[in-house]
Design a protein around this ligand. Structure first.
Ligand code: ATP
Ligand code: MG
Length: 478
């Protein structure tokens, strides 16, 4: 147990663990490290969340340790659960009184009573999450592993300590957690357990959308998110929690023509993108980029399958999906919406002659999100045809180069029109009204089309010209 030995050795020097052990001993409190921290210790994953199970009162132990550490912030006490939390340096520390849980059918909130360490380990979701390490002086560092979680850690298996049918029915969130851990850790879910998820999937309805979205986000942020979504599909949870994504699955063939399976394509794009960006919301954009393909799908005898307008319709579906999953309805949602809307544009550019004005328009519309948009498009190339792949890559490079050139020249990326509405009103002594919009639009279009440069002088002259055409004369300023 080299890892435990090293942990014990480090703990002697570590201010938190040293103080913790001393306080526990002084007050004769029996306590154990448990759950995610212990699991991650053995996996060599960094972990800043420390969960401690106390035999007896968790809140008193937390208060004593926090006092001894000289914790400045508050110790948050959750009375009805015998739980207390505080922050120390970059650690989140949680003390819980060991407990026994019994579940009713209607909610995932169990009835809780005081229990032993064994009771507390019994209530854990997976064997790898039930590992405990003693913090008592006599046997500091000894491992308590009643369900052989170490063996499961070793071979990479997600298994419930007790009967999986009961474990998942008691708290159906565990089904999402099983799939999330399998994805994050690249573990397998034990077959009996996966079968139990299949059987119990409908129970997911008692879980709040927020908690489901939390787990989805963790899957999306993992190294290979497709693993989780494929498992969700296989066990039948996906249509229950995310019907729009589930609807992407399937291939239809007519007159010998088939379209690709948009579910598996989407997952490939998401995995590709994960290699390019750690950003959660960009990854959401990848997940949703083709979301309107089922509802825009048509068969044309000449062209074959088309999905006209799926980017536009998809962007309009984003708020509903976010609202349903209780994801934030703020600028993050708007960002995802914008990327879905624009996701075809760089590809269209890459496929045709790349004109300055088309590049300028794209820059103008994407603004600061242009680099993310390019990453999304790059990830969207999933063709297995090497010739096509090469061609697209080369064209992308061309578009990227053009973007840089045009931006250097015209600075339209974060564009502020050189002539503002206020200036127009002032020059022609106008009240806010239709004319101002007309002139402003005309100036913007002229700049984007490259008719005039993106400069004040040129825009001012252009304004005078347009104004004259609609019968406006500037007020004499002297
Ligand atoms: P992560 O912090 O990466 O989400 P974790 O395993 O630490 O992983 P937490 O939600 O922090 O997960 O929970 C800490 C511990 O509490 C878990 O390791 C597990 O032992 C237990 N636990 C959490 N949620 C459940 C649950 N729904 N059912 C049973 N035990 C749970
Ligand atoms: Mg944790």
């Amino acid at each position: 147990m080299a890892i435990v030995q090293e942990f014990v050795k480090n703990a002697e020097k570590d201010p938190f663990f040293r103080t913790l052990a001393a306080v526990l001993q002084r007050h004769q409190i029996q306590a154990f490290l448990i759950g995610g921290y212990v699991r991650d210790l053995f996996l060599g994953r960094p972990c800043k969340d420390i969960d401690i199970t106390v035999i007896g009162d968790g809140t008193r132990a937390a208060q004593l340790v926090a006092d001894e550490l000289g914790v400045k912030g508050e110790v948050h006490i959750f009375k009805n659960f015998g739980t207390a939390m505080f922050k120390y340096q970059d650690l989140d520390i949680e003390f819980v009184g060991a407990r026994k849980e019994s579940y009713s059918n209607l909610s995932r909130k169990p009835a809780v009573s005081i229990g032993s360490l064994a009771d507390d380990q019994n209530r854990r979701d997976f064997t790898i999450n039930a590992l405990a390490i003693s913090l008592s002086k006599e046997d500091f560092g000894s491992l308590l592993d009643p369900f052989n979680g170490m063996a499961d850690l070793h071979v990479g298996v997600i298994r419930t300590p007790l009967d999986p049918l009961i474990t998942y029915s008691d708290d159906p969130l565990r089904m999402m957690r099983a799939i999330r851990f399998a994805t994050q850790l690249n573990f397998n879910i034990e077959p009996a357990s996966f079968q139990a998820i299949r059987t119990q999937k409908k129970r997911i309805e008692i879980i709040s959308k927020e908690r489901i979205a939390d787990e989805l986000n963790k899957i999306i942020l993992s190294g290979q998110p497709s693993v989780g979504f494929k498992l969700l599909r296989e066990c039948g949870l996906l249509p229950l929690i995310f019907p729009e994504l589930s609807a992407l699955e399937g291939v239809e063939t007519r007159q010998g023509k088939s379209h690709k399976d948009n579910f598996f394509h989407t997952l490939e794009v998401l995995d590709n993108l994960s290699g390019l960006s750690p950003d959660l919301w960009l990854r959401w954009a990848a997940l949703l980029h083709d979301i309107a393909k089922p509802s825009t799908k048509r068969f044309d005898p000449d062209q074959g399958w088309t999905f006209h307008g799926h980017e536009d319709k998809g962007a309009r579906m984003v708020p509903g999906i976010f609202r349903n999953l209780k994801l934030p309805m703020n600028e993050k949602m708007k960002y995802v919406q914008k990327l879905v809307l624009l996701h075809l544009r760089p590809i269209v550019l890459a496929k045709s002659e790349v004109s300055d004005s088309a590049v300028r328009r794209l820059l103008f519309e994407a603004g600061d999100d242009i680099d993310d948009l390019m990453k999304l498009c790059q990830a969207d190339v999933t063709t297995k045809n090497e010739y096509k792949q090469k061609k697209y890559r080369a064209n992308f490079e061309l578009v990227k180069q053009k973007l840089v050139e045009v931006e250097e020249k015209d600075k339209v990326r974060n564009w502020q029109p050189p002539v503002t509405g206020e200036l127009i009103m002032q020059e022609f002594n106008l009240k806010p009204g239709r004319e101002i919009g007309l002139i402003k639009n005309a100036i913007r279009e002229a700049i984007l089309d490259g008719i005039i440069p993106n400069e004040y002088e040129a825009a001012y002259a252009f304004m005078l010209e347009r104004a004259r055409e609609i019968g406006l004369t500037p007020v004499n300023k002297k």
